[in-house]
Design a protein around this ligand. Sequence first.
Ligand code: ADP
Ligand code: MG
Length: 343
Amino acid sequence: MAIQILPAELANQIAAGEVVERPASIIKELIENSIDAGANQIDIDIEQGGCKLIRVRDNGSGIAKEELALALARHATSKISCLDDLEAIMSLGFRGEALASISSVSRLTLISKPESQTDAWLVYAEGRDMLPVIKPTAHPKGTTIEVLDIFYNTPARRRFLKTEKTEFSHIDEVVRRIALAYPNVIFNLQHNGKFVKQYRVTQSPDQIEKRVATICGTTFMQKAIKLSWQHDDLCINGWIATNIGQEPLQYFYVNGRVVKDRLLNHALKQAFQETNKSLLTSTDHTLSYIIYLQLDPHQVDVNVHPAKHEVRFHEARLVHDFVYQAMVMALKQEKQRTLEPTA
Ligand code: ADP
Ligand code: MG
């Protein structure tokens, strides 16, 4: 066969293979977009575990009518424009691929209204050439994205979808993860027309503690040791606990993005082993943590994986030692506190 450039729809479907594994991965991308748009309320409605319908509505900045079609195009983003931007990412998105990928494997409709625009507009992509159709509609300031019939046109992928219950539990987990990092954003999750999760916002200064307690349970909060330290450009906050009487919770955020990282786990275990062996069981599978690390975005590469759940630290050793030190200090303080006679 001669070399040819693939049609847009096929190229998008190939790209979708990397980011759209299941309904939960679509929800992750859509919520991240809402957060990048500065929304402080995000409503998520799903039907049949998200396989039939996913609707994410936000009150963020919206998309102008003339940019609606572009938002669905591949490699189209408002978040970076040059290599320098790529090396210092502060937004959750930057690849300009999510909407193009999602719309290539579902029936996607995007409705949006920026504050400055009097009317709302709707766009959907149709047919093999993915030609976008634009129509006027009604919508308050913000954006709603509706995704119907995931994988309707890619039966091989559809077969990998699990039961409604399993798909829902993945979605639930995605929402929890993001809600933990954005305590000032309201999240409402509805499944088959019923509210199943509502993460509210109170005006109290301990909103983050409230959010963590709601999501991780009061046992975790009661048992947890607080971590809070800053050195140069590095800042760490969070909670660590062992044996919380349920599955361990392990959440690590780098500049507001949840990531998987071995380095952190290693640093925490090492600190525990050296400071307070008695708190750690021999298997140490019981370590639970919610840790927020902030650092200069130039110091971390987030462009490692299409789903963006891995990062690379430029100075991995430095970050490791910083986390270790912060943890050792927190454990020592905790030891002292528990040894002090209560008045
Ligand atoms: P990325 O997030 O990597 O830029 P996406 O495909 O997810 O790529 O989105 C493409 C563009 O569409 C974004 O850069 C943004 O400008 C716009 N967009 C998507 N979702 C929203 C939203 N909920 N509110 C405002 N703008 C959005
Ligand atoms: Mg995005």
